[in-house]
Design a binder for this molecule. Sequence first.
Ligand SMILES: NC(=O)C1=CN([C@@H]2O[C@H](COP(=O)(O)OP(=O)(O)OC[C@H]3O[C@@H](n4cnc5c(N)ncnc54)[C@H](OP(=O)(O)O)[C@@H]3O)[C@@H](O)[C@H]2O)C=CC1
Ligand SMILES: O=C(O)C1=N[C@H](C(=O)O)C[C@H](O)C1
Length: 265
Amino acid sequence: MTRIAILGANGRMGKALIRAVAQQDKARLVTAQVRPGNAFVGIDAGTLAGIDPLGLALGPELDPDTQVVIDFTAPDNTALVAKACAERGQALVVGTTGLDAQHKAALAEAAKSVPVVFAPNMSVGVNLLLGLVSLASKVLGDSVDIEVLEAHHRHKKDAPSGTALALGEAAAQALGRDLAQCAVYGREGITGERDRQTIGFATVRAGDIIGEHTVLFAGDGERIELTHKAHNRETFATGAVRAALWLNGRAPGLYDMQDVLGLKA
Ligand SMILES: NC(=O)C1=CN([C@@H]2O[C@H](COP(=O)(O)OP(=O)(O)OC[C@H]3O[C@@H](n4cnc5c(N)ncnc54)[C@H](OP(=O)(O)O)[C@@H]3O)[C@@H](O)[C@H]2O)C=CC1
Ligand SMILES: O=C(O)C1=N[C@H](C(=O)O)C[C@H](O)C1
């Protein structure tokens, strides 16, 4: 039985994670953390998540017996959590997106002493899509224009999504390009003709869209569109819980969902 703590338990993903852990026989929820003073402190985690009571109240304290921490919060907090997990010897699953180089360095540092899974998208489908994008990029090469399109709900704070950036990175790597040099984030005004070496990103924020990503490979006379659409947040949450079970007892290191799902060659 893997003892799991969920951080940001009152968030959209936090609630989906509570449901996912409750459904998993091999996992037990020992902490559903919210910030001190949060309106939900003391409420049962199951009740908040819309399932039967779990006998575990939301609160700011972390159960010291926690084996794996699951963090879907915000970049600055995630970096602090990584440091704390390393100090306490707890494994960490990070789904938070919008991390900059310093935040990522904090994860890498923690991964020297505890096992960490970090992935901008925990769904099986998106992790399969990363491989398909790599393959399509290699086959089509420089004969196509590559654009990454993404759409999310109006509350999302970062753009482009972490998944869109990972898809762009998969294409760039397959083509031997440096994404930092070839990415174009939106266009406006007299942009001039498109440079085929660039990888474009387009972002939509609207309503309650859970998460949709398309990678477009457009050539002369034809195009391929590889699309993933998440129908609910359970698809991410069950992936995160799967990662937590996979991580428990593993050697320190920085892993991703490709490792968890056995998708690496
Ligand atoms: N990897 C994946 O598969 C997925 C990743 N995500 C990512 O997960 C993250 C959360 O998304 P979502 O659940 O929609 O967001 P929400 O805004 O619904 O939830 C965020 C949670 O984090 C807490 N939080 C925010 N800032 C801090 C902080 N500084 N310290 C402590 N707690 C904090 C919030 O608490 P409070 O309410 O008190 O502010 C809230 O509980 C985003 O980065 C998103 O992109 C989302 C879906 C899938
Ligand atoms: O904020 C979200 O909701 C999501 N964020 C992740 C991202 O930035 O890629 C994953 C998913 O698409 C939902």
